[in-house]
Design a protein around this ligand. Structure first.
Ligand code: S2G
Ligand code: ZN
Length: 465
């Protein structure tokens, strides 16, 4: 069958006008936030029902056409990039909040619901959806589930995985599975729901997700503390964790702060210049908690771990302090950064970052290295900024050379080559640094069960053989 005939058949499976092949759509929907692979999809399809998703998957199996899921396209590992003539399945029209149950504290969503939309819906019910990160204003719940998105509240609330009560998925065979039925307790064999969370659309596509909500936090309060060196950050974490139930513990370097303050729309936290900064957050649910926080701050200053600090006194100040951390990613994107999203257990962070920083400084003496991340859960974001005059492909190739050493250190510390951004295509060649050959073989066998024809987001997670 010719491409035209195959696409003509696809058009009959969805609503009129919901298959696009124009250059602008192919470019826009064939990519995510990464810049490593030029988008080159065959077409973009916009199903408006579960039945249409099933029909598209069956069509793809019949014609051997690869499918790539597309949500908010904010991915950072090229997990939603269609670079090889695939058909992109966009969930933009499956974007409704279907049901809310106050007793179960659950919300049934379609995959195209934007993360921020779910957060706001929860607030309107007096509840809280606690998974949050810089791109939540455009990312979609389906994509958050596909990558098991983490972000800035993981230290208290965990990853997206912790908040999925139930899933409806269309497998790579076109079967519709209803997984876990939103139950809290369900000891009836393998929890297949967990397989699809973090699978990056390689086993099947989420067509409905029941998300759990939590009680709304009370009087969230943030502190930004300047430290004299990186090694002081962990004692600060332990000091505050010993006194407070933290909802966040982030860090960023002076270079990251300089880029954000350089925007001109976010004030510096205080005047004292510091090499590193910690941003922590807690519920100041009583005067006693707030005074514990201040006492702990004083203790950290006495110990020499903190040079200066500020505590939010209002919602506006809380938001402004968070902007110092949340604006980093978008701000440095102007320098086409080469990104690594790595993690180790919290206890190993100081030695781990020292080893990584040494390797990076040794091999990149002329590159600007920006460190930031969710240090409270062991997740560091290493961003190497491209020198203005350097050609992008040469820059990425130069950076990739050092990946070998960076990931050898990750492997030595039993860490992860991708803490929260997923493997996609940018990290697939390094999977063996974090997963054993046996694990990879089992994962491929599971993929074979759910997607026997290999049409579901091929080339993601696993390098093509
Ligand atoms: C963050 C966002 C993406 C990045 O800011 O925590 O996960 O690495 C990142 O720039
Ligand atoms: Zn992050």
């Amino acid at each position: 069958m010719t491409h035209t005939a195959v696409l003509d058949e696809l058009m009959t499976l969805v609503d009129p006008g919901k298959v696009l092949t124009d250059a602008a759509s192919l470019e826009a929907y064939g990519k995510d936030w990464t810049k490593h692979f030029p988008p080159a999809p065959l077409a973009i399809v916009f199903p408006k029902s579960t039945e249409q998703v099933q029909a598209v998957v069956r069509w793809a199996n019949a014609h051997g056409v690869a499918l790539v899921p597309s949500g908010g396209r904010t991915g950072l590992s090229a997990g939603a990039v269609a670079a090889n003539g695939e058909v992109v399945v966009s969930f933009d029209y499956l974007n409704r909040i279907l049901d809310f149950n106050a007793s179960d504290r659950t919300v049934a969503c379609q995959p195209g619901v934007v993360t921020r939309q779910l957060q706001q819906f929860a607030e309107e019910q007096g509840l809280y959806y606690p998974v949050d990160f810089a791109s939540s204003g455009s990312s979609q719940i389906g994509g958050n589930i596909g990558t098991n998105a983490g972000g800035i509240k993981v230290i208290r609330y965990g990853m997206t995985r912790n908040w999925v009560a139930g899933l409806k998925v269309v497998t790579g065979k076109g079967d519709l599975l209803e997984l876990n039925k939103d139950l809290i307790k369900n000891a009836t064999g393998y929890d297949l729901r967990q397989l699809f969370i973090g699978a990056e659309g390689t086993l099947g596509f989420v067509v409905e997700a029941t998300m759990r909500l939590d009680r709304a936090p009370r009087n969230l309060t943030a502190m930004v503390l300047g430290t004299p060196d990186f090694d002081s950050i962990m004692p600060v974490l332990h000091a505050f964790q010993g006194k407070l139930d933290l909802t966040a513990f982030e860090f960023f370097s002076d270079k990251a702060l300089a880029k954000v303050v350089g925007r001109g729309d976010v004030p510096a936290p205080f005047d004292t210049p510091c090499p590193f900064y910690a941003l922590l957050e807690f519920e100041a649910s009583s005067e006693e908690v707030a005074s514990d926080a201040l006492a702990t701050f004083e203790h950290c200053v006495e110990q020499g771990w903190v040079l200066d600090g500020v505590m939010s006194q209002s919602e506006t100040q809380l938001q402004n302090l968070w902007k110092l951390r949340e604006y980093i990613s978008e701000t440095i994107s102007h320098w086409t950064p080469y990104k690594n999203d790595i993690s180790v257990t919290v206890s190993k962070v100081p030695a781990f970052l020292r080893d990584i920083d040494e390797i990076v400084a040794r091999h990149y003496p002329d590159f600007e290295v920006v460190w930031y991340g969710h240090i409270g859960d062991g997740n560091l974001h290493l961003n190497i900024l491209k020198p203005e005059q350097m050609e992008k492909d040469l820059f990425f190739a130069t950076c990739a050379k050092v990946n070998k050493w960076v990931f050898e250190i990750v492997e030595r510390y039993n860490g992860s080559i991708s803490a929260e951004h997923g493997v996609g295509m940018t990290k697939r060649d390094y999977l063996a640094y974090s997963r054993s050959p046996a694990e990879i073989a089992y994962m491929k066998a599971i993929k074979q069960v759910f997607d026997p024809n290999g049409i579901m987001n091929p080339g993601k997670i696993f390098a093509p053989e």
